[in-house]
Design a protein around this ligand. Structure first.
Ligand SMILES: CC(C)(COP(=O)(O)OP(=O)(O)OC[C@H]1O[C@@H](n2cnc3c(N)ncnc32)[C@H](O)[C@@H]1OP(=O)(O)O)[C@@H](O)C(=O)NCCC(=O)NCCS
Length: 181
């Protein structure tokens, strides 16, 4: 199964919303700042931040045989050359086939192809084994845990921070002129 990368389009919004059937699933994906259910207004607001010359975020779609199979965002801190990979999801119909790894690899290559950026980081709840195994295989390094950092109903979740530097990636695969080779 091959997954290709394109920009997320406003018309993808309805499909994306259907991937998160509960408040817990939505928080696991997008953090505690979102309201359940994920509605068009929240997605439109995210998409508005992708516009302009130095956008606050990139939004990506993963496509398998014409179907929306993945979604991920990168929040961009242009001043510090840092991106935060966030809101990673594989369409529930496509989970369990190892698609997140090649999908995110394409995003990592896209990110570091831009010479502005030196560091890509991410937050993940510590119980999320499928996500963490994927991030470790991609070469992210655990940098610490923010214990009891999220309130979800009556319980609290720990958040782990992972990071990847341009130099980490260069050690794996050489870059030339800011572009992946
Ligand atoms: C995280 C996610 C993107 C991974 O998608 P995927 O490509 O379908 O992942 P896979 O099911 O192929 O699993 C990836 C790895 O985790 C393992 N895994 C999957 N489910 C697991 C579970 N419940 N317990 C332990 N390991 C698990 C797989 O065996 C695989 O490991 P391996 O490559 O060493 O065999 C997907 O599960 C998802 O969309 N989750 C909901 C949203 C979310 O949590 N996003 C992450 C926010 S940080």
């Amino acid at each position: 199964m091959q997954i290709s990368l394109r920009s997320f389009l406003p018309q993808d919004a309805a499909q994306l919303s259907a991937w998160f059937p509960s408040a817990e699933a939505l928080t696991q994906w997008g953090g505690s700042g979102l309201s359940f259910p994920l509605d068009a207004a929240q997605i439109t607001e995210m998409h508005a931040s992708t516009l302009g010359d130095a956008p606050a975020r990139w939004m990506f779609a993963g496509v398998v045989d014409g179907d929306l199979a993945g979604h991920a965002q990168v929040a961009l801190d242009w001043d510090n050359g840092v991106g935060r990979l966030s809101r990673v999801a594989i369409n529930p119909r496509f989970r369990g086939h190892g698609l997140a790894q090649p999908f995110l690899q394409r995003i990592i290559e896209r990110f570091f192809a831009d010479v502005h950026f030196e560091r890509l980081e991410l937050n993940v709840y510590t119980f999320n084994t499928a996500a963490i195994r994927t991030y470790l295989k991609l070469g992210f390094i655990e940098e610490g845990v923010r214990r009891s950092s999220a309130r979800v109903g009556d319980i609290r979740w720990d958040t782990a921070l992972y990071g990847m530097l341009r130099s980490d990636l260069a050690a794996k695969r050489p870059f030339q002129n800011g572009s992946p080779t």
